[in-house]
Design a protein around this ligand. Structure first.
Ligand code: DON
Length: 587
């Protein structure tokens, strides 16, 4: 392919022009978002893009003080645990991709790594523990948290500033409080009506005077401030074998649940080699299992590389059809093969070009494949979530792509008594009913059934795209099973459809996950895409009756805070889909 986005003149337009142009597109017409989040911020010495302005600013201050991208990532992750409690966390887990920047002398090709800090199954849980259990929140859904060990491992390998200095901004935000935005106010008010079973949640997140939260109110979290101060002073072990670990164990014991001091003390984060492919000359790096997201993304790209998407055009039904068929196949392979690699053998071929050729042999250009026809050996029976992603680049060539989660919004709803933080409900990412895989989307295949010490399969997919050893794109998203689809859409928008980063993030997104056998499109029902949808329906793609308009716009998929880098210029685009994110740049 001759076009190279690094040198595209389209990307050289000023933020102002982009903003004016954006105001004439359907995206800003249908979804209200602020001028600040809709802009494309440009800077040379550092960029932090995340869902919350206080956290972006805190990360930028770390860069300004001489810290690198990993230092800033630690601060951003901990600040989000304070300011974005629906997904920012110290009681959950995730995946951090690190682009280490130029090697000594500046000429070595950088080798990216994945710091994996996924939660694990407690030792007392077995494969059928939850076969008849349907509650998706509460103490039984908590996996052994990984975030603090993950951040500590990143710090040990790459950090340059003292750990305590990096934790301090989050402790300060918790102690002094911060202004609640409209999304957080609405989220807390909704949850406070539903959480009568969780008194500690109500104590910590209830407004002190008992009224409802409004935009601009101050949320102060003294218990969390104390917890973070202990983590700052005593280091990560405080969380896994010290005073905080004891509080977690007490919380679990008091509610008859499984996590023990041995589970916590034994928790380890891992450095893993990313999965990789080349796509039209670009190098794509994404997390390996226990996230399925990276492998799904790479399988999709390997399938799509066989077709000329650019020629078909971003609004053609043919391009959408191919994207959907790639997603369908990768979604099926996820269910068939993927799980914690320490417990299950995942065929290495899944990420190869040969494999992509093989699985696209039955791909018809004029008709959707029936998901049922891909099931083969998988026996089919009859029968609200939140994560957050941030991207950071410093001025010396290092970058971080990090996605972490509590699983659902506000996780298990369990706040550790006296410690002020939420625990995840990540155990719900295991296949709870071995053997029960349904057309409605329930999955019961072997590779992801529960086992003591096993990591539940994830979709998280923080991604790095490079060309000739130079980093081009840092991206990722929340959205559960839609995550690899969102990342795929952003990547093909930039690489195939030559969109600016702003347009690539704003463009409506596709998703197919095999079962349910249904294609999702963010702007279903938008007259602008009516012809494309008619043609896709004629190819037998099923959209269901899912013409949903939510609030001020269409159904939203993901929240892909991203950075594009060209000639040392960092362009940051905050996604507006979840709340007022911010791209903060150091000029
Ligand atoms: O790890 C996973 O795949 C899920 N726990 C992520 C959940 C999620 O993204 C919800 N977000 N909106």
């Amino acid at each position: 392919m001759s076009w190279n986005p690094v040198f595209s003149s389209r990307l050289g337009r000023s933020s102002l022009l982009l903003l004016i142009a954006a105001s004439f597109t359907c995206f800003s017409r249908t979804v209200a978002h602020s001028a600040e989040t809709a802009s494309l911020v440009e800077a040379r010495r550092g960029m932090v893009v995340c869902v919350n302005p206080e956290a972006s600013d805190a990360g930028l201050q770390v860069l300004q003080a001489g810290g690198n991208a990993v230092d800033a990532a630690i601060t951003v992750a901990l600040c989000l645990a304070v300011t974005f409690p629906e997904a920012g966390n110290i009681g959950g887990g995730g995946f951090m991709m690190v682009w280490p920047g130029p090697g000594k002398g500046g000429d070595a090709i950088p080798v990216p790594v994945c710091i994996e800090y996924r939660e694990t199954c407690p030792a007392a849980i077995t494969r059928d523990s939850f076969f008849d259990e349907h509650r998706q929140e509460g103490h039984h859904t908590v996996g052994v948290p990984g975030t603090i060990r993950g951040l500590a491992l990143a710090h040990h390998k790459y950090g340059t500033r003292p750990w305590a200095e990096l934790v301090a901004p989050a402790a300060r935000l918790a102690k002094e409080g911060f202004p609640v935005d409209a999304t957080l106010a609405a989220g807390l008010n909704k949850l406070l009506l539903q959480t009568s079973d969780y008194p500690e949640f109500r104590r910590v997140y209830g407004k002190p005077d008992g009224t409802v939260w409004a935009k601009g109110d101050r949320l102060v979290q003294p218990d969390l401030a104390e917890t973070l101060s202990v983590i700052a002073a005593d280091g990560p072990d405080a969380f896994y074998s010290g005073a905080i670990a004891q509080r977690i164990v007490d919380e679990m014991k008091a509610n008859g649940e499984a996590i023990t001091s041995d589970d916590l003390a034994g928790y380890r984060a891992n450095i893993r080699q990313p999965v990789h492919t080349s796509y039209r000359g670009y190098d794509i790096y994404a997390p390996p299992p226990p996230s399925a997201g990276g492998t799904q993304l790479i399988e999709c790209l390997n399938i799509l590389e066989q077709y000329d998407l650019a020629k078909l055009g971003s609004k053609s039904s043919q391009a959408a059809h191919l994207i959907a068929e790639a997603m369908r196949r990768a979604g099926c392979d996820r269910v068939r093969y993927q799980g914690d690699p320490a417990f299950t053998q995942i065929p290495p071929a899944l990420v190869t070009k040969d494999y992509a050729k093989r699985v696209s042999q039955d791909l018809r250009l004029d008709q959707a494949t029936r998901s049922e026809d891909l099931a083969k050996d998988i026996k089919l029976s009859d029968e609200p979530p939140s994560t957050t992603h941030f991207s950071i680049a410093d001025g010396n060539g290092m970058a971080v792509s990090n996605t972490y989660t509590l699983q659902n919004s506000y996780g298990s709803r369990v706040v550790v008594r006296g410690a002020g933080f939420l625990l995840n409900n990540e155990m719900t990412d295991f296949n709870w009913q071995p053997g029960v895989t349904t057309r409605a989307g329930r999955v019961g295949t072997e590779p992801n059934v529960m086992a003591p010490g096993k990591r539940m399969l994830s979709s998280q997919c923080p991604t790095l795209v490079a060309r000739n050893g130079k980093l081009l794109l840092v991206t990722g998203s929340p959205g559960g099973r839609t995550i690899p689809s969102t990342v795929l859409c952003v990547i093909v928008n930039v690489l195939d459809f030559e969109m600016s980063l702003r347009d690539a993030v704003d463009a409506p997104r596709w998703h197919h996950q095999w079962f349910p056998d249904r294609l999702q499109f963010e702007h279903l029902g938008d007259p602008e895409f009516a012809q494309q949808i008619i043609e896709l329906r004629a190819m037998k793609h099923d959209f269901g009756n899912d013409v949903r308009k939510l609030g001020d716009g269409y159904r939203r998929q993901g929240d892909a805070h991203s950075i594009l880098i060209r000639d040392g210029l960092l362009q940051g685009a905050a996604d507006w889909r979840r709340t007022q994110g911010k791209a903060a740049g150091l000029p």
